[in-house]
Write a protein that binds this ligand. Structure first.
Ligand code: NAD
Ligand code: IPM
Ligand code: MN
Length: 373
């Protein structure tokens, strides 16, 4: 189809600040690449709670289901920390993921050469890094029943309560995210490493068996290995370039992807795409968001790095709008700006030079697009 519909949900904190820079990039592609976008804006998280008393309204949920791509900034903040669990900003995001059935969360971690010295690891460990974490996003301990906080008066339990969450995976849930990982690997270095804890968890045993089944029956030509997730965390910081695609569950993927962020220099660099099944028009249900959160500590100071959010839009160009060419063009503009030495505050350590603001970074990326065009 020739219309590209987008729903923008800036959310809270720096979410709104980084999304303002993405809007500049969208406008550039409309004006210079003949792409037609219809863009709607709405609320999620604390912003939606302030307006409607809940972190995601049914109207916004319905809009998200209908568009080609949702772009989300970030949700959460100290102002909302004491809200009832069901009203917390994070529930709005989790509802979007669950109801849109966005089971495959793609979290690439790439180390741009210009940033190799900003990683907390040595340049020779991270230079040239290009890995992809595929995190299962709609199941596991984030959603499993039973869950809750209950009274527990069993003898010797000081405080008298118990907190319960359940790790639960069906074979079907594992197979579908495994297929996503194998498909993506085929377009990369053709290697998948699956991470779980099959040594201590039944859900981990099932995970390993089902990933192996998908491999043996459908992708025998992709190289598959298995690793315990704790060892995986260690290997990610010891020698991250040994990996190509990592496929793992919801909670392990959450943690491993934050760890992977520091390989790239900053959490402000990591984009993500959350993809579900194809819609009637053949495009996958999709939501794009930076891996980072609302960063209350720097909100309102013009310090936020907008690159994670801008690279998330590049992923939208590639996965929702079938414009891998435009995605590469945008990624090249980001790389050029970094090579030119432009940095937001998260990337100016000692000797890193003066930081530019969030909006200056957005403007610089747009300028780099124009100068390359
Ligand atoms: P965070 O990602 O917001 O911040 C962690 C650290 O990284 C902070 O020091 C922050 O200043 C820095 N940082 C993050 N993004 C940055 C950027 N773009 N540029 C520069 N620096 C950046 O994580 P947190 O502090 O643990 O959580 C804050 C709130 O955000 C919580 O309410 C949490 O639930 C929420 N959160 C939301 C999402 C999301 O919306 N997807 C993800 C993670 C956390
Ligand atoms: C992320 C965040 C979310 C998660 C929170 C905010 C619900 O940490 O997107 O990584 O845990 O999935
Ligand atoms: Mn996280």
């Amino acid at each position: 189809s020739d219309t590209n519909s987008i729903l923008i949900l800036p959310g809270d904190g720096i979410g709104a600040e980084v999304m303002a820079e993405v809007v500049k990039v969208i406008d550039w592609f409309q004006d210079n690449r003949g792409m037609a976008f219809t863009v709607d804006h709405d609320l999620v998280g604390g912003a939606a709670y302030d307006a409607h008393g809940k972190p995601l309204s049914d109207e916004t949920m319905a809009k998200a289901q209908a568009v080609d791509a949702v772009l989300l900034g970030a949700v959460g903040g100290p102002k909302y920390d004491d809200l009832d669990f069901s009203l917390k900003p994070e529930r709005g995001l989790l509802r979007l993921r669950k109801e849109m059935d966005l089971y495959a969360n793609l979290r690439p971690a790439q180390c741009f050469d210009a940033l190799a010295d900003f990683s907390s690891l040595k340049r020779e460990v991270v230079a040239g890094l290009d890995i992809l974490i595929v995190r299962e996003l709609t199941s596991g301990i984030y959603f499993g029943q039973p869950r809750g906080i209950e009274d527990d008066t069993s003898e010797g339990n000081e405080g008298g309560r118990v907190g319960i969450n359940t790790q639960r995976y069906t074979s079907g849930e594992i197979r579908r995210v495994a297929r996503s990982a194998f498909e993506l690997a085929k377009k990369r270095d053709n290697r998948v490493c699956s991470m779980e804890k099959a040594n201590v968890m039944e859900s981990g045993i099932l995970w390993r068996q089902e990933v192996q089944w998908v491999h043996d029956n459908e992708y025998p030509d992709v190289e598959l290995s298995h690793m315990y997730a704790d060892n995986g965390a260690m290997q990610l910081v010891r020698n991250p370039r040994q990996f190509d695609v990592i496929v793992t569950d919801n909670l392990f993927g959450d943690i491993l992807s934050d760890a992977a962020a520091m390989l790239t220099g900053s959490l402000g660099m990591l984009p993500s795409a959350s993809l579900g099944a194809p819609m009637a028009n053949g495009r996958p249900k999709a939501l794009y968001e930076p891996v980072h959160g609302s960063a209350p500590d720097i909100t309102g100071q013009g310090k936020a790095n907008p690159i994670a959010c801008i690279l998330s839009f590049a992923m939208a160009l590639r996965y929702s709008f079938d414009r891998g060419d435009a995605a590469s063009e945008l990624e090249a503009a980001v790389e050029k700006v970094l090579a030119d030495g432009l940095r937001t505050a998260d990337l100016t350590g000692p000797g890193g030079g003066d930081a530019i603001s969030t909006s200056q970074m957005g403007d610089s990326i747009v300028a780099a697009l124009s100068s390359a065009a």
